[in-house]
Design a binder for this molecule. Structure first.
Ligand code: UFG
Length: 325
């Protein structure tokens, strides 16, 4: 059985579906602070917090857990700068508790949710996994700290792990079972679709004087179901005996500017999406685009939905179903 922490969240719920489709039995642990009860796709659900060590310990006693996929974390860059303590506590202490509980029961295989924010503002694009880890925000720092812990856990305890450094997760389950539902919502595509739905008046473009063709920031948007399948591949490698501490970028290798996304969303939805020019958002790097060659060659990862229109249209279908009219 596989324990998925944060399995009621955005990437977590898609990964639970992918794990089950691949034949894995799953137990979900989520404190529902950001996750949703109706997005729990397993009969085995534990509502609880990683901060509670005795409770975690009891979860490992209750189920025959072979490996863990660990999403549960705070993940907003801006919030992490305003309240660093809650990020250190929730992300670093929470993960340390999880690792202790795992080791106590001899569970030594982990797939970990990392981020492109570990790289900060790299000078060379596309970004490779061996680039320096120089995060410019607290969120990214917590993920680097945990990746470092995982290296030490391998050398000291033979604890094997795969860290996936996601670029911009977007889109929704093509069958409409789950999708993005954040409160507050801060992600570009979801906000643009809120405007298309009429839930927001307009989208503010954060900065138009970046060194890019149209002056707006470029990001690498990757379909969340493609991310989910990478977790299954990684997990299966660990279960079949891969040993070590590994890190893989997960992106499409293609960048879209903020204005490109607004334009594509207008095409996909056929709706009016007014945009406003706004100030730069603090800490936004101009361009983040991944090289994911390592995940392709080592894990055999292939994307099913690389087209930005598929990413936006699956998100739009979900948005209409969940929030819309
Ligand atoms: N943006 C706008 N207007 C908005 C919201 C976003 O112009 O209302 C812009 C941002 O400035 C950025 C782009 O749209 O240039 C994408 O912004 P998101 O907030 O959707 O995503 P980020 O690239 O800031 O962050 C995402 C994840 C983080 C992760 C990071 C790694 O949300 O968790 O990718 O690069 F750390």
């Amino acid at each position: 059985m596989i324990l998925v922490t944060g399995g009621a969240g955005y990437i977590g719920s898609h990964t639970v579906l992918a794990l089950k489709e691949a034949g894995h039995e799953v137990v979900i642990l989520d404190n529902l602070s950001r996750g949703h009860r109706d997005l729990v796709f397993s009969d085995h659900f534990e509502e609880g917090d990683l901060q509670n060590f005795p409770y975690l310990d009891s979860v490992f006693s209750k189920y025959p857990i072979q490996a863990v996929v660990h999403f549960a974390a705070s993940s907003l860059v801006g919030e992490s700068m305003k309240d660093p303590e809650s990020y250190y506590y929730n992300n670093i202490c929470g993960t340390l508790n999880l690792l202790r509980a795992m080791r106590k029961k001899g569970v030594i295989k982990l797939v970990f949710s990392s981020t492109a924010a570990v790289y900060g503002e790299p000078a060379v694009i596309p970004i490779m996994e061996n680039y320096p880890l120089e995060p410019t925000n607290v969120y990214g720092e917590t993920k680097v700290a945990i990746e470092n812990m995982l290296s030490r856990y391998y050398s000291a305890y033979g604890f094997s792990s795969i860290s996936f450094r996601y670029f911009n997760a977007a889109g929704a389950d093509p069958d409409g079972r789950t999708g993005e539902d954040h409160t507050p919502e801060t992600h570009l595509i979801a906000l643009v679709l809120d405007v298309a739905l009429g839930k927001r008046k307009n989208i503010t473009v954060f900065g138009n004087d970046y060194p890019t063709e149209d002056g707006t920031c470029i990001r690498d948007y990757i379909h969340v179901s493609d991310l989910a399948r990478a977790h299954v591949l990684g997990l299966d490698k660990l279960l079949s005996g891969l040993e070590g501490k590994f890190a893989f970028n997960l992106g499409n290798g293609h960048g879209y500017s903020v204005l490109d996304i607004v334009e594509k969303a207008r095409e996909v939805t056929g709706r009016y999406i007014p945009s406003l020019e706004g100030e730069r958002r603090e800490g936004d790097p101009p361009i983040l685009v991944a090289s994911s060659e390592k995940a392709e060659s080592v894990l055999g990862w292939q994307r099913r939905y690389p087209d930005i229109r598929d990413i936006i249209s699956t998100a739009w279908n979900w948005h209409l179903k969940r929030f819309g009219s």
